[in-house]
Design a protein around this ligand. Structure first.
Ligand SMILES: [Zn+2]
Length: 316
């Protein structure tokens, strides 16, 4: 027969348990605070699913990382959480003040060698869209993607135009509705417009009809406004489930994307490692610090000896 548990043990267990609870609560408060500060407060996501490249869909339920995609509510300009870096933040450019505009900003655009002729990748055949966070290529290229569209600074247009680099825009209908013409100017500057839902809803676990409305609906509307039907999709917060990829395919889009790096407030954060690798897809947003973010993305690509290339050129 076991002797009754000594009082000290009970007491210790109790305290230990309380300490654990306290740590857990503090940890969740810290995480929540970071998310709120970034104003992105996206739902937790399974960014780890993509940590090992290639976009294999390995369902990961934990540990969760902060979402790095804007929640995108109207009137509440986006912010993506400092996301998904499992690696510590890598210092990049010292952030210049946003809006320092003009020649000062343009002088910070790195010079790149020309991008090599794109070699299209092979996508798996099947009833679902591919899921990628990196283009499997050894070519010395990386891809800049810019999401949402809440903040519309004229300077962003001149900067993209001056940089002469290709960018892919994953636009949310509710974010762009106030001024679709802004993105027509970007389109004229070479940006390619792709889909990112209508309301910026978290699609994971939603019904097929709900996902269809968001995914096909945004492709339809973007097509009507910009004269080109999107072929690529990014789910808000990078959150998806098998239905998301199936519906993306049904809606006529070939691939959906996560990312390998995020940029916010002039700082590049890496999902893995400390440098941009060939084929990496970099995520940034239309935010007040657009110039700093865009320049930091360019500088990280330049530091890695790579050249920005157009994502669409690599998708068959
Ligand atoms: Zn987004």
């Amino acid at each position: 027969m076991r002797p009754p548990m000594p009082v000290w043990h009970l007491s210790f267990s109790k305290h230990f348990s309380r300490a654990q609870t306290l740590i857990a609560v503090l940890a969740s408060m810290i995480v929540a605070t970071i998310a709120c500060l970034s104003s992105a407060a996206g739902p937790p996501q399974t960014g780890l699913a993509d940590r090992h490249g290639g976009g294999e869909r390995r369902p990961v339920t934990q540990p969760r990382e902060l979402a790095d995609d804007d929640p995108g509510s109207p009137g509440q300009p986006p912010g993506n959480g400092p996301l998904g870096s499992t690696a510590p933040t890598a210092p990049q450019l010292p952030a210049a003040r946003p809006g320092t505009g003009g020649a000062d900003v343009l002088a910070r655009i790195p010079a790149f060698p020309p991008a090599p002729p794109a070699v299209k990748i092979e996508l798996p055949q099947g009833p679902t869209a591919a899921w990628l966070s990196r283009i499997p290529t050894t070519q010395k290229v990386a891809f800049i993607t810019i999401d949402d569209g809440w903040t519309k600074q004229p300077e962003a247009i001149s900067l993209i135009r001056a940089a002469h680099v290709p960018v892919t825009l994953f636009l949310t209908m509710n974010a762009i509705r106030s001024d679709p013409g802004y993105f027509k100017e970007l389109q004229a500057a070479g940006a390619v417009i792709e889909a990112h839902t209508i309301t910026h809803a978290d699609l994971r676990g939603k019904s097929p009809d709900f996902q269809r409305r968001e995914i096909c609906g945004s492709a339809d509307q973007l097509s009507a406004i910009y004269g080109r039907r999107p072929v690529l999709f990014r789910p808000p917060f990078g959150n998806k489930d098998p239905m998301t990829l199936q519906v993306t395919h049904e809606c006529g889009m070939r691939a959906a994307f996560f990312w390998k790096e995020t940029v916010d407030k002039g700082v590049v954060r890496f999902q893995e490692g400390h440098t941009v690798l060939p084929g990496d897809i970099i995520l940034m947003h239309f935010r007040p610090a657009f110039a700093d973010d865009f320049l930091a993305a360019l500088q990280a690509i330049h530091d890695a000896g790579l050249t920005p290339a157009l994502l669409e050129d690599y998708i068959p």
